[in-house]
Design a protein around this ligand. Structure first.
Ligand code: MTE
Ligand code: CO
Length: 332
């Protein structure tokens, strides 16, 4: 079964997503994989193709990194207009986890990549056999072959016993139940990089290989599922911001629909390609509000309005909607 559920962002604080609250996206159900039977095959343009057991994998030097995973389709229902009432549904296809794993580079170097090897194919052991082409430059940069999340074993829903971590890039490439890595000299043009996960523009041309997740933010509270429950007076506004290209040094917040903007207070860890937490503490006068947040990332990129995005990308897209989200608060 193709299925999806959503991270309850409105109920969370800080930046780490607890394992049991991570959203799940399965193109063909949750695979049940016996770690003792599982093998990771590394083949193609290599000097010595490898077949690794989980025990083999755990003998490579490992690292810990916190990264967000955002599905390319997160906020995808909102391209043509607002549809969903709550940040769990508009923005909840994201989680932020500390992964323990082996740098993918180490596995590839162990097998000895031939000079012709320019692309990597990653394949999952589920019924969907999820397959994506990844340029070698990224594979050798910061990708991880991960077997732990927030310290414990990956959950079956998150790819137990092993998944690929592709920091800052669309969630679809983070292949779960990873069973095969093939190196070739060109991309494979599989279903998930042709018919799906491409961005159809107004003129009928589809943007392809739009891997990086652009800077984005959302106010998690107040929001439709987390309304203000007190009267006028001190009020805490909070939200999340992230960028697939680096950190978030700054978030702006408005409570009057963009007439006046205020710099939010960042609080908590700031590491590249991970969620950042922001706060704006204000005195509510009891009148209606229009809440928005706008992320700035470490490359200088500023999160656009939805209308600015629509002007460039049209309204056919599902993927990569990083536009500014508005929540309306009524006096009551
Ligand atoms: N890997 C496999 N093998 N099968 C899948 O269906 N779904 C992809 C990706 N990796 C998928 C997969 C998609 S579309 C996303 S957004 C992420 O996994 C979701 O990861 P999660 O379930 O840990 O949230
Ligand atoms: Co996805």
């Amino acid at each position: 079964v193709s299925s999806i559920n959503f991270t309850p962002l409105h109920d969370l604080d800080g930046t780490i997503t607890p394992n049991g609250l991570c959203f799940e996206r399965h193109h063909s159900g949750v695979a049940r994989v016996d770690p003792a039977q599982h093998r990771l095959m590394i083949h193609g343009f290599f000097d010595k193709p490898l077949v690794l057991t989980m025990e083999d994998l755990k003998r490579f030097p490992r690292q810990n990194h916190v990264y967000f995973l955002e599905c390319a389709a997160n906020s995808g229902m909102e391209w043509r207009g607002s549809q969903l009432n709550g940040c769990q549904f508009t923005h909840g296809m994201i989680h932020n986890v500390m992964y323990t794993g082996v740098p993918l580079r180490l596995g590839l170097e162990e097998a000895g990549i031939k000079p012709e090897g320019k692309w990597l194919l990653a394949e999952g052991a589920d019924a969907a056999a999820m397959t994506r082409s990844i340029p070698m430059e990224k594979a050798l940069d910061d990708c991880l072959v991960a077997f732990k999340m927030n310290g414990e074993a990956l959950r079956p829903e998150q790819g137990y016993p092993v998944r690929l971590v592709v920091p800052g890039w669309e969630g679809n490439m983070w292949v779960k139940w990873l069973r095969r890595l093939e190196v070739g000299d060109q991309p494979w043009h599989h279903r998930e990089e042709t018919s799906k996960y491409t961005d159809l523009l107004a003129d009928g041309v589809a943007r392809r290989f739009t891997w990086e997740m652009d800077a984005k933010s959302v106010i998690t509270s107040p929001s439709p599922q987390a309304p203000i429950t007190h009267g006028p007076g001190p009020t805490v506004l909070t939200g999340l911001a992230w960028s697939g290209r680096g950190t978030i040094p700054r978030v702006d917040v408005t409570i009057d629909g963009g007439i006046t903007w205020h710099e939010a207070r960042m609080d908590g860890p700031s590491t590249p390609k991970a969620l950042h937490r922001f706060y704006y503490d204000f005195e509510w006068d009891g009148k209606p509000l229009l809440l928005q947040s706008r992320a700035h990332d470490s490359t200088g990129y500023v999160q656009p309005t939805k209308n600015a995005l629509r002007a460039i990308r049209g309204e056919n897209s599902i993927y990569h909607n990083n536009g500014i989200q508005t929540w309306a608060v009524d006096a009551d």
